[in-house]
Design a protein around this ligand. Structure first.
Ligand code: UD1
Ligand code: CA
Length: 457
């Protein structure tokens, strides 16, 4: 077993600059809350039992949004600064030896590889602390890296505390640290809130450890993209863009064709099989899983959808919490929601809506229909304009249609209703009573033809 690293993720702040009712770390980029990105990166380098998230502002919601990760939480009731946030965990953390890695819940682009490199760098340099830095064209807002005459890091100076000369420095503190845990805990109480913001700055640990005779190792990286801290909605959208780009890249390299990758929006957890083709402006979110050899037409929106292999989704189709088995077709302009289910080779066409409805294998509803709370067997044909009347103003009622039934166009099926297998419902019928198997049911007035009739003068 590796010498385990303890990770502390700071996520207690409100994030005033977001101008939001919601805590900053709960805002989403790439389909996940910001703090979840930090946790997922941490999970790649250590076990959940060694990860501690410091929560404070909207602590309950932050815990709720991340609890499936199985990590630990530390509560910081008052947000007195990043150094104070870590100190809040002292009683649980100070006994853990090895490395203490700290980073912020508002940095969703950080890669696990970078965290591992930082830990290795700290080892190699036998440093009391190691940190990630980079050069930024516009370093405004970040802590600046101050170096001494021999090029070593001597301190980090925050935006609010820096002299004009210090603020001119373009090398910034990314906010990713790896400390030797015993050294950190021995000196953490030397942090003082002696700065214009009256906060306990974690960044002061650099000068403190140097003073105590420890070595500080700075790992400068070339790609500043990865270190973006999200403080406002503009930065949120930049991070979202980077994460979307990473996702489509990963999918394309794994064998998925994406026709206009810059136009699609695919969440991090989405899985897509080989040789599936994604058209332009498609949105695929949540825990959607798509099989192989599928086609998702332009501007379709899929959320928590499960698609088998060889499924065709034609343009402008919306699929939410629903499943389509192998060879099923949907759209263009179809809507499947609330547990709709297309069995193998079932087809729904334009302007067909399915809600809590199962359409059996090989069944078809090709045009203009509403099928709600229905269980439809295999090889059924549902004619254009068919409506299941599932709601009487108070209750929802089910419709059951047996295998091989044929429902004529513009039929109104008033639920609760059973249409037996192999039966025919005549076009234009209003069906209010159950239809047995293998019959023809008509529910409409017979056509009357009046010979020689003409309008009155
Ligand atoms: C911080 C660093 C800065 C660095 C930048 C990188 C400090 C003092 N400054 O500045 O050097 O360049 O990140 O992005 O650390 N938080 C708490 N409790 C608190 C205060 C903050 O948990 O009392 C959390 C916040 O929720 C946030 C993170 O710590 O996720 C960072 O806080 P933030 O206020 O955004 O720090 P910056 O000003 O960006
Ligand atoms: Ca920040």
């Amino acid at each position: 077993m590796r010498n385990e690293t303890t990770v502390v993720i700071l996520a207690a702040g409100q994030g005033t600059r977001m101008k939001s009712k919601m805590a900053k770390v709960l805002h989403r980029a790439g389909g996940k809350p910001l703090v979840r990105h930090a946790i997922d990166a941490a999970l790649r380098i250590t076990s959940a039992s060694r990860i501690f998230v410091v929560v404070g502002h909207q602590a309950e919601q932050v815990q709720l949004a991340t609890q499936d990760a199985g990590v630990n939480y530390i509560v910081q009731t008052e947000q007195l600064g990043t150094g104070h946030a870590v100190m809040c965990g002292e009683d649980r953390l100070a006994g853990l030896s090895g490395k203490l890695m700290i980073f912020y819940g508002d940095c969703p682009l950080i890669r696990p590889e970078t965290l591992e490199r930082l830990a290795a760098w700290q080892d190699l340099e036998c440093a009391g602390g190691a940190l990630v830095t980079t050069d930024l064209e516009d370093p405004t807002g970040y802590g600046r890296i101050i170096r001494d005459g021999s090029g070593g890091v001597s301190a980090i100076v925050e935006q609010k505390a820096g002299t004009p000369q210090q603020l001119a420095v373009k090398e910034i503190n990314a906010g990713v640290y790896c400390f030797d845990a015993p050294a950190f805990w021995r000196h953490v109480h030397e942090i003082r809130p002696d700065n214009p913001a009256r906060e306990y700055y974690l960044t002061d640990m650099i000068a403190i450890l140097l003073r105590a005779g420890h070595k500080i190792a700075a790992m400068k990286i070339a790609d500043p993209n990865e270190l973006l801290g999200i403080n406002n909605r503009l930065e949120l959208s930049i991070a979202d863009g980077v994460l979307r780009e990473r996702k489509v890249r990963e999918l394309m390299l794994a064998g998925v064709t994406i026709e206009r990758p810059e136009t699609v929006c695919i969440d991090a957890a989405v899985q897509i099989g080989q040789d599936t083709v994604i058209g332009p402006f498609v949105q695929i979110t949540g825990n959607t899983v798509i099989g192989e050899d599928c086609r998702i037409g332009a501007s379709s929106v899929l959320q928590n959808a499960k698609l088998g292999n060889g499924v065709q989704v034609f343009p402008f189709t919306s699929i939410e919490d629903s499943s389509l088995a192998d060879g099923a077709h949907a759209g263009p302009y179809a809507r499947l929601r609330m547990g709709a289910q297309l069995d193998a080779n079932a087809h729904v066409g334009n302007f067909v809506e399915l809600k809590k409805t199962k359409l059996g294998a090989g069944s078809k509803s090709m045009h203009l229909a509403y099928l709600g709370d229905s269980t439809i067997g295999s090889k059924v044909n549902v004619g254009a304009g068919t409506i299941t009347c599932n709601y009487d103003g108070k209750r929802k009622s089910p419709t059951v249609i047996g295998d091989g039934a044929f429902v004529g166009s513009n039929s109104t099926l008033v639920a609760p209703l059973n249409v037996g297998g192999g039966s025919y419902v005549a076009a234009g019928s209003v069906i209010t009573d159950d239809v047995p198997e293998h019959v023809l049911a008509l529910g409409r007035a017979r056509q009357v033809v009046k010979p020689g009739w003409k309008p009155k003068e």
